[in-house]
Design a protein around this ligand. Structure first.
Ligand SMILES: *Cc1c(COP(=O)(O)O)cnc(C)c1O
Length: 489
């Protein structure tokens, strides 16, 4: 050691970081033989010149990425009333807890004995979701809501196969999310549409006409995508059960009924949750989702493997389930999202979950009350956690579309609502404020939309006016994305 160098500078950084209190840093062992690289590689594989890398200083790189990050629309920076997607505030506490080294640094191939903490968390998640659903058993495996739909329909198909019944049809209301018919088709069913009434609920006579011994599953979103709770759900379930079918709940809208109503109690046989919506996991560009499913007792044997079970000796992964549909995802599922869900549910507790739903419904109704004078509401004066406005009249009278309004909102720092969904409402704007927004935020948004609706039509058709890109060709952007940062590079 250089005797002139003070001790604190001479201590290698990795040693410093590996002292008690810091996380251990272990460098992997390297087995590369000690020969010059030139002798290890064939001559043709060696470049003549070093690569032409752009030389940038650290501050330049930091500024580049920090400036890029400020162009991002996110729940942390903007009001984000994206209907159906439930863009909730992502509590920072969740992030801190999910980043604890004992959770973050697990390896998927670690032996079960050293995974007991994570398995305990997952086991409790299974129990908590079963309780919230009012159903018997839960699988945490599916990786997103749509994957939960597919997994559930595979479970239903296995159940019918076991009964010796070749039920081939899945019935889906015309207000449903597009993933529902897609999942039905992927699971080998034929998707058939059930009409909605003028007020957006299930048309019972159309349903009755389509129910028969081929009916496998009726998929319903409740509250539905118009923000209405289907009050005849128990009767609907009874009719589906009468012909031997199962009732599936698309649980994307659970935020409206958490702790107030349990799907199992209103006749649902199987369902999925969207932890990244209902239980505050970051999503959109912010992270992956998950799609746990809950089922009645008689469907439990068909759930995917592995299940997390508790024995006297501890927690373990159970693969010995002969009727299981098998694996639907590698390892334990998207545990990062599930851990955040666990933190969120435990933080709020039973009474807190109910309060979340009550506040979500209150906020949506307040905003609806303010906005129904600006654009007609697709469905009445009251809603659950979201509502749908229609710009159809505005378009007919002044040529201003839902898209124009949504684009113009960007100029005011708002994320646009969901537009053109549900498909049964023309020029739809679907607005979901979520429970954490203040009255001041809701008022400011309502004032802005009211102001925009009065603006000059040509100005609106050119909006947004303040974003780096105004109106990209969305079809071309999806079909022929340009992924290079500059032409020719
Ligand atoms: C979000 C959503 C889905 C799909 O969930 P993902 O987690 O995005 O796969 C399905 N149905 C409805 C009503 C939704 O809002």
């Amino acid at each position: 050691m250089n005797p002139a160098m003070p001790d604190c500078l001479a201590t290698p950084l990795l040693f410093e970081l590996s002292r008690p209190g810091c996380r251990a840093v272990r460098l992997p062992k390297c087995d590369v033989p000690e020969k010059p690289l030139g002798e290890l590689l064939p001559a043709g594989a060696i470049a003549a010149d070093p690569p032409l890398l752009t030389e940038l200083s650290e501050p330049e790189v930091v500024r580049h990425f920090v400036n890029l990050s400020t162009r991002n629309m996110s729940v942390d920076a903007n009001f984000y009333p994206l209907g159906s997607c439930t863009m909730k505030y992502n509590p920072k506490r969740n992030e801190r807890l999910a980043s604890l080294p004992g959770l973050l640094d697990l390896h998927p191939y670690q032996p079960e004995a050293s995974l007991q903490g994570m398995l305990a968390v997952l086991h409790r998640c299974q129990h908590m979701l079963a309780e919230i659903a009012g159903l018997a058993a839960v699988s945490l495996q599916p990786a997103a809501g749509a994957h939960g739909e597919l997994t559930s329909l595979l479970v239903a198909a296995a159940y019918f196969r076991d009964l010796g019944q070749g039920r081939s049809v899945v019935l889906i209301p015309d207000s449903a999310h597009g993933t529902n018919p897609a999942s039905a088709a992927m699971a080998g069913f034929r998707a058939a549409t059930v009409k909605s009434t003028a007020d957006g609920l299930v048309d019972l006579s159309d349903l009755a006409a389509k129910l028969d011994d081929q009916t496998g599953v009726f998929m319903i979103t409740n509250p539905n995508t118009l923000g209405r709770f289907e009050p005849r759900i128990a009767e609907i379930a009874r009719r589906v059960h009468e012909v031997g079918g199962l009732v599936y709940l698309d649980g994307a809208n659970m935020n409206a009924i958490l702790g107030i109503s349990r799907p199992g109690d209103f006749g649902i046989d199987l369902m999925h949750f969207n932890p990244h919506k209902t239980f505050s996991g970051p999503h959109g560009g912010g992270g992956p989702g998950a799609g746990p499913i809950a089922v009645r007792e008689r469907l439990a044997p068909y759930l995917p493997v592995p299940m997390v079970v508790k024995d006297p000796g501890g927690y373990r992964l159970d693969y010995a389930r002969p009727k299981s549909i098998g694996r639907v995802r590698s390892f334990l599922g998207n545990v990062g999202v599930l851990v955040r869900m666990y933190c969120y549910i435990r933080t709020h507790g039973p009474a807190g979950l109910r309060r979340i739903a009550e506040d979500a419904v209150l906020n949506a109704n307040y905003l609806l009350a303010r906005l129904k004078h600006v654009l007609p509401a697709a469905d009445g004066d009251r809603c659950m956690h979201e509502f749908v406005l229609s710009a159809a009249d505005l378009k007919a009278q002044r040529g201003v579309s839902a898209l124009d309004l949504a684009k113009r909102l960007l100029d005011f720092g708002y994320h646009a609502p969901t537009i053109y969904f549900p498909l049964i409402v023309r020029e739809a704007l679907m607005i979901e404020p979520t429970e954490t927004e203040s009255k001041a935020t809701l008022d400011a948004f309502a004032d802005t939309l009211a102001r925009i609706a009065q603006e000059d039509a040509a100005w609106l058709r050119d909006a947004p006016h303040s974003t780096p890109i105004s109106r990209p060709d969305e079809v071309a952007a999806a079909r022929k994305p340009v992924l290079r940062w500059r032409e020719g590079s």
